[in-house]
Design a protein around this ligand. Sequence first.
Ligand SMILES: [Zn+2]
Length: 219
Amino acid sequence: MGHFRQMESTNDVLDLVLATPEVPELVPAGVFDDFAWSPPTTLRWRTGRPLDRDEPLTRTNPGGMVFLFLDKCSFLPAELAWLHVPGLLRADEAERLMLAPYAIDDATDLLHEHRVPARDVLGLATGSLAGLFWGLHDWAHFHHHGPFEERAWTELQCDAAALSWLRANREILELDDAALATLLDQAGSLTRARFADEDRSEAVAREAWSRVEAFLDWP
Ligand SMILES: [Zn+2]
């Protein structure tokens, strides 16, 4: 699989490191109260082969996308990973723990409160591109704290980060321009739906999304 850093492999799963470089703050002041309190750098990613590319992006986290604990973390709720992603574990990982699926928002708050960088304790496990998009979206949450009152704007920032990180790792992920364009299109629909939920005008949603497009500057 090319030049990317391969930590370990078996026939079934791969442990990779994805680049997650810092992204600029694209949203109005006050959406985040501590933007980039922990600058994102890299994400450890456990995946299967081949990557499932068929599932479209929808508004909810797809199944089979979890954050595995890399180290003990006393302040975050844990569950046994084999209950959720048995196909992404090695034979000797029956006791492997993951962040409880309901605790993404808790992790966003508690990592910030404890000043623990996400990369010290969490890695992503998912075998699908949709799972990777949402995992990267959540990865952005773990580095930028906010009150989550401006939901549509908060999510927009995290979508922008996820899209830029997918592109940053496009060679590893074997994403061509058409695949990136499809992801951008689907993410744009999510943004329009979120702004509509908040009774914002289409013009506001369009202006918001134009910030993402300007930042990404995709063909
Ligand atoms: Zn989110």
